[in-house]
Write a protein that binds this ligand. Structure first.
Ligand code: KIV
Length: 263
């Protein structure tokens, strides 16, 4: 995908949308070479890239730096960047500064979590010509409110609230919404009710698309693998084996060979 209107077209045509995260140039280049539809510079960068326990430490400056690295290597693939914790909760001017930082770093769209209480910011971003992706369900920036990374929308009231939020995001002009960690049936209902595409993560197969964190997909860090992750590569083992082979070659003087040396 290269343009935002392709999201609507995919939904109209019943084609699934695939998105993965990227935070740096080398992985973005690999995603750009793949058939995956779009790249999300997620604030999960704080956890995956910077080793923090939550996404709360991500800042606008940090997200702008990751966005610049990814956008420079994305080769035209559609890049969405996350507005980090509280950046869109300080009113329209501060929110627009954050959007400006991400868009001038190369993002074609921004994603933000929730809707209640920041409808004005979302409306202003959309009216400013910047495509907005919503995010409901397990919104990680509210981890302290949820008491951990837990499945959301399990009770009737929670489910109705989530459906209401999804409609509100559509009405505000979002081009798509992420639905994270909710019962598959609830995501299916939202997907049927909305005209804009839903992008699921831990939300079952009926969402219009899926998003995964790249390092989860590649199996690079297997300390904690959520139920919804499918590992497509045993990255932790393969990459460690490569490092051990390099170490052995250095110690045994096999590396570098004459061909890998200058005369
Ligand atoms: O930050 C992120 O990676 C995300 C996805 C999990 C949707 O928001």
């Amino acid at each position: 995908m290269q343009a935002v209107d392709e999201f609507a077209r995919f939904k109209r045509e019943g084609r699934k949308i695939s998105i993965v995260t990227a935070y740096d140039a080398w992985s973005a280049r690999l995603v750009a070479r793949s058939d995956v539809d779009a790249i999300l510079v997620g604030d999960s960068a704080a956890m995956v890239f910077h080793g923090q326990p939550t996404t709360l430490g991500a800042t606008v400056e940090l997200m702008a730096a990751h966005t610049r690295a990814v956008a420079g290597a994305a080769n035209g693939k559609f890049v969405i960047a996350d507005l980090p914790f509280l950046s869109f909760r300080k009113g329209v001017p501060a929110g627009m500064d954050a959007v400006g930082a991400l868009v001038s770093s190369g993002a074609q769209a921004v994603k933000l979590e929730g809707v209640d209480g920041h409808e004005d910011v979302i409306r202003h971003i959309v009216q400013s010509g910047v495509p907005v992706m919503g995010h409901v369900g397990l919104t990680p920036q509210s981890v302290n409110k949820f008491g951990g990374f837990r499945v959301q929308g399990k009770t009737h009231d929670e489910a109705e609230h989530l459906v209401h939020q999804a409609h509100a995001l559509e009405d505000l002009g979002c081009f798509a919404i992420v639905i994270e960690c909710v019962p598959a049936e609830l995501a299916s209902r939202v997907t049927t009710e909305l005209r804009i595409p839903t992008i699921g993560i831990g939300a079952g197969v009926d969402a219009d698309g899926q998003v995964l964190v790249l390092t989860d997909l590649w199996g690079v860090d297997q300390r904690h693998v959520p139920r919804f992750v499918r590992r497509y590569f045993d990255g932790e083992r393969v990459l460690t084996d490569a490092l051990n082979q390099y170490n052995a070659d250095v110690k045994s003087r096999v590396f570098p060979s004459p061909d890998e040396s200058y005369s």
